[in-house]
Design a protein around this ligand. Sequence first.
Ligand code: ATP
Length: 322
Amino acid sequence: MDAFAAQSPALPLAVALSGGADSTALLLACAARWPGQIEAWHVHHGLQAAADDFERHCAALCQRLGVPLHVRRVDARAAAGQSPEDAARRHRYQSFDALALAKPAREAIKTVVIAQHADDQVETMLLALSRGAGLPGLAAMPARWRRGGVDYARPLLDVPGAVIRAWLRARGESWVEDPTNADERLTRNRIRARLLPALDAVFPAFRATFARSARHAAEAQAILNEVAAQDLAVCGQPPRLKALQALPAPRRANVLRHWLGRAHAQTPSSAQLAELQSQIVAATTRGHRIGLKVGNGQVQRQGDVVVWVPAARAAEAVPSAS
Ligand SMILES: Nc1ncnc2c1ncn2[C@@H]1O[C@H](COP(=O)(O)OP(=O)(O)OP(=O)(O)O)[C@@H](O)[C@H]1O
């Protein structure tokens, strides 16, 4: 299991250690490969009774390996309308940001490694497909990205989960089993328990082929982002109505999505984008208004341009037309 064969990460490196099988294996592999250059980061979510077991396992493992362990405690309870997994992930990355900042520059961690594997990637793609996601969703999890001046990597992304567990067992290593993994009320767990065995039976190479599709989707999305940036430069910010009307429909959708995402952190649904497109195309005279609720605000026409205004200001200006 040489997860770093393709590219050596910048050191020193932190392993995001949950105490589960995958990150336990990743820590063991990293500590053997780069002794003295590794530390472990553990986030105590405080969500389940098992959280203390996870922390104890991490502490014992790190002590045995001589790896410094940094633990952060968070209250990762989900806000209204937020899934518990999303809340935990958000708190986790905020903790990683804080841990990355906690060091003086000369000792700064250069790379953080996360232990998601090939099965996790397939599950993420299937979840995206089930929601009718576009390319960004189908691209699933990137193998590398940058956040807060630190490189993040998922070196196990091509390794099947069963290979990781077999590797641990062969070494007599233990880990903590997350009790929620068996809970089939969670869609991801149903996918793991029911769909992956079926896929294995029909398409034995599905992990590799799905991963290839995810990479194709990520590459195609990168090109679409470039085209959108170029089109937005031509349309201006906020975009001019006439310039938007001159674009073919798929490129107009692409640039609108890009503009709303980058400039306003809003993600329109497919239905909203289709409605916005028809309002833009129909606005051929000065008198035509545009008004459509998107996220927590509204897209409106202001003279020659299209703007997005937050809900409070939208209410003052134009009555909602959506
Ligand atoms: N509490 C945590 N503290 C630090 N890192 C975490 C924590 N939870 C998850 N991670 C990191 O994020 C990755 C994905 O988390 P996820 O919850 O999807 O998997 P997991 O089942 O906990 O994985 P693992 O088998 O490694 O524990 C983990 O492999 C680990 O690298």
